[in-house]
Design a protein around this ligand. Structure first.
Ligand code: DX5
Ligand code: ZN
Length: 214
């Protein structure tokens, strides 16, 4: 079975976003990873609700929205209405992860939760049964093109041990064919990649190298 590949448009050309979305569609990616940053939770500012709504108009890819924002609960409804299929919030950005998961699911979309590199893995265990997706960050969130942190990947096997088989385990940050292999061997089945895909001379091969990797 192939992995779920979620190209991060943070590394795309925003002046040619539709073209760059078509390129990963044609390459066989199943999802599109959209990094929402607010300049508070992380030091960078990127994409907001209107851009997600515009992307929804032009693609049927599953929109995998990664919220790197404070007060994520305030924006769940807007992103759901804009057409997000998955909303992933950060554990560190909320005091009530359980309630946030319920809120996201009440919009009939998938709920994901993410942990930053310094957050210990055991904080996620109480929520695994309610989550559709758990995102293990393998870089400090905020920017594309950073180096993969191998010790973060070790969290994957602990999650795998404690989760049901239908939990999607995603990794994000510094993913390429080589680091993806480390993550999939530990149990990850969804791979986010920005620079590796979009800065490649051959987007099709880059996506394929992630799709068929165990
Ligand atoms: C970083 C973002 C990532 C980023 C990954 O905070 O969450 O999704 O786009 O970029 P690469 O794959 O280049 O590390
Ligand atoms: Zn991301």
């Amino acid at each position: 079975m192939s992995n779920i590949v979620s190209p991060s448009i943070l590394s795309a050309d925003f002046a040619n976003l539709e073209r760059d979305i078509r390129r990963v569609e044609d390459a066989g990616a199943q999802w599109l990873h959209i990094d929402v940053m607010d300049g508070h939770f992380v030091p960078n500012i990127t994409i907001g609700v209107p851009v997600v709504a515009s992307i929804r108009e032009i693609t049927k890819l599953c929109l995998d929205v990664h919220l790197m924002i404070e007060n994520p609960e305030r924006y769940v409804e807007s992103f759901a209405k804009a057409g997000a299929d998955i909303l992933t919030f950060h554990y560190e950005a909320t005091d009530d992860a359980g309630e946030l998961i319920r809120l996201i699911k009440s919009h009939n979309i998938k709920a994901g939760m993410s942990i930053k590199p310094k957050t210990p893995v055991d904080v996620v265990f109480p929520y695994l049964k309610d989550l559709d997706l758990l995102l293990v960050m393998t870089v400090e969130p905020g920017f594309g093109g950073q180096k993969f942190m191998a010790d973060c990947a070790q969290k994957i096997s602990k999650i795998k041990e404690n989760a049901s088989s239908d939990l999607i385990i995603q990794v994000d940050g510094g993913i390429n064919a080589e680091t993806a292999r480390i993550c999939t061997s530990l149990g990850a089945n969804s791979l986010v990649a920005g620079n590796y895909i979009y800065k490649s001379d051959d987007i099709k091969s880059a996506v394929k190298s992630l799709l068929f990797q165990t």
